[in-house]
Ligand binder design. Structure first.
Ligand SMILES: [Zn+2]
Length: 241
């Protein structure tokens, strides 16, 4: 390869190579596939395990001020009320009435109309779509539903009868288990502030993904640290890291 001319390789090429070599397979493929889900094959599983082990050793095991946690994916619904996820964790979505395609309204406005959407209300977005006569990127028609907020948390139910059951959410991020277990960790391990809790685990977001291979998936693994300090000593802690 000529060093001055880096080769461009499409994500599709990488995805099919990753499949042939046993790193990453499209999810549920023998049943026609389930969009935006991927399985890590024999080699992919090893790569993932190596990365997680290296991270865990570096950030948790080698440090005196860090401990690990492996929290549950299902948490009490009140955790997500307290964190603001039930109220605030959503995307503005809009549907094309003609071809039934669904889009993120903010992405459409930014990419198609070059409008900055920060701070825009749903009404503002509806108005912008009308004013600029935004056409559907799939079918070209201009027949939109109003923009609506959709919560990004996957909802499920505990108990056999859905109607009578308590709704619960698959965690959209791993941090919350760290916060709700903070006091227990403090009481049951050697740590004192400042210290951190690290965790590796799956998280789930029910969002419209750009369909970029294993980037921005519905189901993904996070490696996350929450580090607890006394506010007045933040400069030393910052330097220490
Ligand atoms: Zn359409």
């Amino acid at each position: 390869m000529n060093a001055s001319q880096p080769a461009t390789v499409s994500l599709d090429t990488i995805a099919s190579l990753a499949k042939r070599r046993g790193f990453v397979y499209p999810g549920s493929e023998i049943y026609g596939g389930l969009a935006n889900t991927w399985d890590f094959g024999p080699l992919g599983a090893e790569v993932k395990r190596n990365i997680k082990n290296a991270w865990w050793e570096f950030f948790i095991q080698r440090r005196d001020d860090m401990v690990g946690l492996d929290g549950s994916i299902l948490l009490h619904p009140r955790v997500w009320e307290a964190s603001g996820h039930v109220q605030e964790f959503h995307d503005p979505l809009v549907d094309c009435r003609n071809c039934k395609s669904r889009f993120r309204a903010d992405t459409l406005l930014e990419e198609r109309l070059k409008i900055r959407v920060e701070g825009m209300s749903l009404d503002d977005m509806n108005q912008a779509i009308q004013e600029h006569q935004l056409a559907c990127p799939v079918c070209g028609r201009r027949d939109w539903t109003p923009v609506r907020q959709f919560n990004l948390m996957f909802r499920t139910f505990i108990g056999p009868v859905e109607e009578q059951s308590t709704p619960v959410y698959l965690r959209p991020e791993t941090a919350q288990a760290i916060f709700v277990d903070f006091k227990q960790v403090l009481q049951t391990s050697r740590v004192r502030i400042p210290f951190g809790i690290g965790q590796i685990g799956k998280a789930f977001r029910n969002e419209i993904t750009p369909g970029n291979f294993i980037f921005r998936l519905l189901e993904f693994e996070q490696m996350e640290i929450e580090y607890f300090i006394r506010p007045e000593s933040w400069p030393e802690t910052f330097e220490h890291w």
